[in-house]
Every structure is written in structure tokens, then in C-alpha cells.
Write a protein that binds this ligand. Structure first.
Ligand SMILES: Cc1cc2nc3c(=O)[nH]c(=O)nc-3n(C[C@H](O)[C@H](O)[C@H](O)COP(=O)(O)O)c2cc1C
Length: 221
């Protein structure tokens, strides 16, 4: 089960001096409909310089779904586990708090990315893409990532500081996604124009979970 495995994983990570006290997430509790992703193909050798050269925002998408292997690689690049022995990730976070969770709004439902098992936990089978943003292309594109900060993982800091960290950390992740998309022929745009209260309700978020940004992804069309 996702929750149990996350606890085990974080338990192992807690043995190292550099890993902050990670609060085991309850997010995966009860979400036992999960979809395995193929192993990420991390040996791909697309050039970083060419990805940087091609990085841009796209606002016109085809409705063609993203193939499973590509989705797996994309999520790993975004915020996957790149040092499994310690549970570290592809993007930094303050004291390794790993407070950003990635939700996926797809035509066949809403999912939560479990980076430790590298799989998707199904939250609902509703298509909520049209609640992910106020721009037209949002509902047509096959994938919207919703970056949600779990403020309870940021300790006793002031609200303002938590928001600052969450925004910075979302920036790192969304840039990973931008570069992946530029390297592998996908279009993407990171977005602030979101009706957050409505989307938070649709995604069944709790009071500690704050929507920071969303990011639309698909083949340009
Ligand atoms: C924090 C942030 C919020 C953004 N919000 C939106 C948005 O809601 N809708 C949109 O179409 N683009 C949005 N963008 C994309 C910017 O408009 C875009 O990055 C900018 O025009 C530069 O274009 P480029 O990304 O192609 O270089 C956002 C970018 C950032 C960094």
C-alpha cells in the first residue's frame, strides 16, 4: 500500500543526519486504487543545452494522450526520487521538507503522484480538467499538473515564509517539467490563473494543502 511503503521509506531516510524530520504523509491513506508507472528511463541523453534552447510556454494543445513511458519519465523528472538510498528528489526543498505534492488531472480521473512507489493513486474517476484553470486550452490538453503544498510539512514557520518556500519549490519542479517537455517534444505552460477554492474542493484538499500553481502539458496542436 502507498501509505505503508512511504512510512517505511521515510523511516529509512530518517536514519541519515542530513534528512530533515519528514512527517509521514497521510495523503495516500485510503487511496488504494493505484496505477503503476513504467520504470523511468533515466538514461536518456537529450542535451540539457538544447532543452534550454527550446524551453518555452505553449498554449495550444492536441488532445492526444501522453504515452505511459513518457508520463513516467515526466513525473520522475518533475519531482521523482533520484537518490533512493536517502529518499532525495530531483528538486530541492528547505531542509528536505518535500512539501509539494503533484496531482494529475487527466481525462480518466484525478490522481496523486506517489514518488516513492513511482505510481499514481487514484482519487476520483471524474474529469476535472475544466476546473484546473480559466483558459480554454486547459480542458483540452490531456494533462494538468496541480502543485499542492502541504503546509503541515513546513513546521512552525510563519505563513508568509511557508508560502515563499512553497512558491520557490514549485518553481524548481515546474522548470524541471519545462525542460523535460522541451527535450521530448511536449508543450507546456505553468499557470497561476486558477480558481483555487473551486479546484481545492474538486480535488478534496484539506486545510493544510494549498494550491500553488498548475501546469498544462500535452503535444502541441
Ligand atoms: C508564476 C507564473 C505564473 C504564470 N501564469 C500563467 C497563466 O496563468 N496563464 C498563462 O497562459 N501563462 C502563465 N505563465 C506563463 C508566462 O506568461 C510565460 O512564462 C511568459 O509569458 C514568458 O514566456 P515563455 O515561458 O515562453 O518564455 C506564468 C508564468 C509564471 C512563472
Amino acid at each position: 500500500m502507498p501509505k505503508a511503503s512511504r512510512r517505511k521509506f521515510l523511516g529509512a531516510a530518517a536514519g541519515t543526519a542530513v534528512v530533515a524530520a519528514l512527517k509521514p504523509s497521510e495523503l495516500f491513506a485510503g487511496k488504494d486504487r493505484s496505477i503503476s508507472l513504467p520504470q523511468p528511463s533515466t538514461e536518456n541523453t537529450e542535451s540539457l543545452m538544447s532543452a534550454l534552447r527550446n524551453r518555452k510556454s505553449t498554449r495550444s494543445f492536441s488532445d492526444k494522450p501522453i504515452p505511459g513511458q513518457m508520463l513516467s519519465d515526466l513525473l520522475w523528472a518533475a519531482f521523482g526520487v533520484n537518490r533512493p538510498e536517502f529518499g532525495y528528489r530531483t528538486a530541492p526543498s528547505p531542509k528536505n521538507s518535500q512539501e509539494i505534492e503533484i496531482y494529475l488531472a487527466k481525462a480518466d480521473g484525478l490522481y496523486l503522484y506517489d514518488p516513492f512507489l513511482h505510481q499514481l493513486a487514484c482519487i476520483s474517476s471524474d474529469d476535472i480538467r475544466h476546473f484546473c484553470g480559466t483558459q480554454k486550452f486547459v480542458a483540452k490538453a490531456p494533462l494538468n499538473l496541480i502543485y499542492v503544498a502541504d503546509f503541515s510539512r513546513l513546521g512552525n514557520r510563519k505563513e508568509e515564509k511557508k508560502l515563499f518556500y512553497a512558491a520557490a519549490d514549485t518553481g524548481f519542479i515546474s522548470q524541471n517539467v519545462y525542460l523535460f517537455c522541451a527535450a521530448f517534444g511536449l508543450g507546456t505552460v505553468v499557470r497561476d490563473w486558477i480558481n483555487r477554492p473551486v479546484l481545492a474542493k474538486k480535488a478534496k484538499l484539506n486545510k493544510d494543502q494549498r494550491i500553488i500553481l498548475a501546469q498544462t502539458i500535452g503535444f502541441p496542436g
